[in-house]
Design a protein around this ligand. Structure first.
Ligand SMILES: [Zn+2]
Length: 557
């Protein structure tokens, strides 16, 4: 959990070694030794040996509290210890009227004491994930920001590789789960009858509710009336997805998750109407599209049926997609987002490079509390690119059921968070969402336009995952005699775009600032392709690029 946390907050660190001097020491054990550090951050929801030494006392214990750090709300999963000290000068995190974090000036260093265990929060977020009520909060990204702010507030120099490439404040991954391909595949089945009902009576209700215009109601009814001509091939299939998405996303390579085997509902599906999960098409039927999608730079992944619970079936699904797409690194998103506690290890054993199933069907937001690509705790190599926004969650009547202006507001909040925290904003628009009776295409066009007007890097899922893998391959080496730090990238092949080395040089601690106040410290961004090692002195003031074959220094990750 600690190692994974510092892959997400990518900064030089090591496990504590007695006798070493540190800028910052982080403790989550109940017994904290005397450490030589400018800042000591102590996390934990039980009484700690440090509490008596710095003169603070616990006042109570809470379950599932919401913390406030300035204007940010932060859910805490599990126990929270609150503190008795009512001196507002020292409180830095509060929950309601109670204090959940304090900053105390101790003899040689500043101590920040928090009433929760950061690494326990990381464990919960990256394994079970967070509940729907807190979906809108990028909890893990906020934990990273809080720790960074506390370090910066002390004037301590900080080197970091932010979770977005040089020149971009975040990345965007546009994805499509292809469940139908066209209505022509559905004659007199539940999909067709469902469409007929929703496009006639349902559309009339939607007109009454102000969700669609009169023109769209007429279009829906015409679509139903035109079905026989669509079936005989005289009219265009209005559900056909590829032409429309290729046009809307011109120049922005998207990721398509395709069904490997048609007619399979899958085993162990414990939802209503499990037989409805079977798709009427599979990747074999898409031969005319595969080449076009690949020419446009799009990625083809698996829309898994049984891969979430069976290594044998998961491998077969992977082989099928790999054979037709001609790629060796295959990613997956499970159909209906099915998963359980073993899914990650099953997918890893099956050979998948990444998974993108971590997300909500019911709402939009951060199921793992982050936009960063991460390694789930049960995985060795597989990475998770979490899903954040899906069309059905925004608009289905039994989900969020939002009007377009409200949906736009919700999506904009996620874009704003991505600008602040970096990471990859992963978006899912289903294959038939642009056509009747959903008509969610206009919204999508505006949303993509909005993203294009930002400085986002548009990446396929594999491109984003590879970039994060590259960031994970960076090692920080401590130079001998505390002379500074060196960043080294162990990677044989060049993976664009470049990384960004963000340097906050040392600065005097601003006097009179509150522990909870936000201090903007100047920083320098250094574009880094990783070919040469980069060396910084102890204050991070001097920067030099060195040939990569430097003699190995002491490794501190
Ligand atoms: Zn699906």
């Amino acid at each position: 959990m600690v190692e994974e946390f510092f892959e997400l907050f990518k900064t030089p660190w090591e496990f504590y070694r007695p006798g070493c001097t540190y800028d910052v020491a982080i403790a989550s054990a109940d017994e904290v030794p005397e450490v030589d550090a400018k800042l000591l951050v102590v996390y934990g929801s039980t009484a700690n040996s440090i509490d008596g030494r710095i003169g603070i006392a616990a006042s109570g214990r809470r379950q599932r509290a919401i913390l406030s750090d300035r204007d940010t709300a932060l859910p805490i999963y599990g126990d929270l210890l609150t503190f008795a000290n009512s001196n507002k000068e020292v409180s830095c995190v509060t929950t309601g009227a109670e204090i959940a974090g304090v900053r105390v000036e101790a003899r040689d260093c500043a101590v920040i004491r928090l009433g929760y265990d950061l690494f326990d929060q990381v464990r919960v977020l990256l394994s079970t994930g967070q509940s729907i009520e807190h979906a809108h909060i990028p909890t893990l990204d906020i934990h990273i920001k809080m720790l960074r702010d506390w370090i910066l507030n002390e004037g301590i120099p900080l080197l970091e590789i932010p979770p977005s490439p040089a020149g971009h404040s975040f990345a965007v991954c546009l994805t499509h789960d292809i469940d139908f391909v066209g209505i022509r595949n559905h004659k007199f089945d539940h999909t067709m009858w469902g469409f007929v009902y929703r496009a006639t009576a349902g559309a009339a209700v939607n007109l009454f509710r102000g969700r669609i215009s009169m023109a769209k109601l007429v279009k829906s009814w015409c679509a139903v009336a035109s079905l026989p001509l669509v079936y005989v091939g005289w009219l265009r299939d209005f559900w056909e997805p590829f032409e429309w998405y290729l046009e809307v996303e011109k120049g922005l390579a998207a990721t398509y998750f395709l069904i490997p085997f048609k007619g399979r509902a899958g085993e162990q599906v414990r939802r209503t109407h499990p037989s409805w999960r079977a798709a009427a098409y599979d990747i074999d039927d898409l031969s005319q599209w595969i080449a076009r999608l690949k020419t446009a730079g799009c990625e083809l992944g698996a829309h898994g049926i049984d891969a979430w619970h069976s290594v044998e079936k998961g491998s077969a699904e992977l082989r099928k997609i790999a054979a037709i797409s001609g790629e060796s690194d295959i990613g997956i998103r499970m159909h209906w987002l099915l998963q359980d506690a073993n899914t990650i290890s099953v997918l890893e054993q099956s050979g998948y490079a990444y998974d993108s199933t971590a997300g909500y069907n019911e709402t939009i937001g951060y199921s793992s509390g982050t936009t960063q690509v991460f390694r789930p705790l049960s995985a060795k190599t597989l990475l998770e690119i979490p899903l954040h926004i899906q069309d059905g969650a925004l608009f289905y009547p039994h989900r969020l059921d939002l009007s377009e202006p409200k949906a736009e507001k919700c999506c904009n909040a996620l874009i704003e968070n991505a600008r602040t925290f970096g990471g990859v904003l992963t978006v899912l628009w289903h294959d038939r969402s642009h056509g009747p009776e959903r008509f969610w295409g206009d919204f999508y066009v505006r949303f993509v336009h909005k993203l294009k007007s930002s400085d986002a890097w548009f990446a396929t899922a594999t491109q984003a995952v590879c970039w994060f893998r590259k960031r994970r391959q960076v090692r920080f080496e401590r130079l001998a005699h505390g002379a500074g730090v060196r960043a080294v990238l162990d990677s044989a092949k060049e993976i664009p775009p470049p990384l960004n080395l963000r340097v906050y040089p040392a600065s005097p601690r601003p006097s009179g600032i509150q522990p909870s106040s936000s201090v903007t410290r100047p920083f320098i961004d250094v574009r880094w392709d990783g070919k040469d090692a980069m060396e910084f002195d102890a204050s991070l003031n001097r920067i030099s690029a060195l040939p990569i074959e430097m003699p190995a220094a002491e490794i501190c990750r």
